[in-house]
Ligand binder design. Structure first.
Ligand code: 5GP
Length: 181
């Protein structure tokens, strides 16, 4: 499971990891937030209405779910089942409340914190990604700083996402050491 501040380059890292290993797949989450330019429904997220999300909560369709920035995000059991029935490793990209839920239910889950090499780099990535004004970036930065300071220590592994290939190799080594499920 991968967690890190917005703009830490997690998406790129996960994509590279999945491309590098055919035994690893990304568990696609459901979210109520609108798609960003370039995002594809079913690949990046399952984009659903608030009503549909609530229905899924009521149906017990989620391994975990949480609210973040006024939107809801959750990992559907169906995304996991598809991956794990094929004997592959599921990689989840989830925020902290989700991490805590997974950790309490599945103590064996491997938790990886993706850390941007610097806070400045993080701000730069957020700006490049577009769609966020200065105030929104400042807000995201405040969240990110807090995450960096207090959260990283609670993970099994911290991977610094400075160089993509190095970070992919680091996560790959972590996966190789995981006990077989
Ligand atoms: P974004 O809107 O930037 O794609 O994601 C915002 C936050 O939601 C990120 O921290 C991301 O890790 C988290 N997130 C994405 N999918 C899920 C999910 O299924 N469950 C939880 N708990 N968090 C998620």
């Amino acid at each position: 499971m991968v967690h890190g501040p917005g703009g830490a380059g997690k998406n790129t890292l996960i994509r590279a990891l999945v491309a590098a290993r055919d035994d690893v797949s990304f568990a696609v989450s459901a979210t109520t937030r609108p798609a960003r330019p370039g995002e594809i429904d079913g690949r990046d997220y399952h984009f659903v209405s608030h009503e549909r999300f609530q229905q899924m909560v009521d149906d017990g369709a989620f391994l975990e779910w949480a609210e973040f920035n006024g939107q809801r995000y959750g990992t559907p059991w169906s995304s996991l089942a598809e991956i794990m029935s094929g004997g592959r490793i599921a990689v989840l990209d989830i925020e902290m409340q989700g991490v805590e839920q997974v950790r309490s239910r599945y103590p064996d889950a491997v938790l990886v914190f993706v850390k941007p090499s610097s806070v400045e780099q993080l701000a730069q990535r957020l700006r490049e990604r577009g769609g966020a004004d200065a105030e929104a970036i400042a807000r995201r930065m405040a969240i990110a700083r807090r995450q960096l300071e207090t959260e990283a220590a609670r993970f099994d592994h911290v991977v610094v996402n400075d160089d993509l290939d190095t970070a992919v190799a680091a996560i790959s080594r972590i996966l190789d050491k995981m006990p077989a499920i």
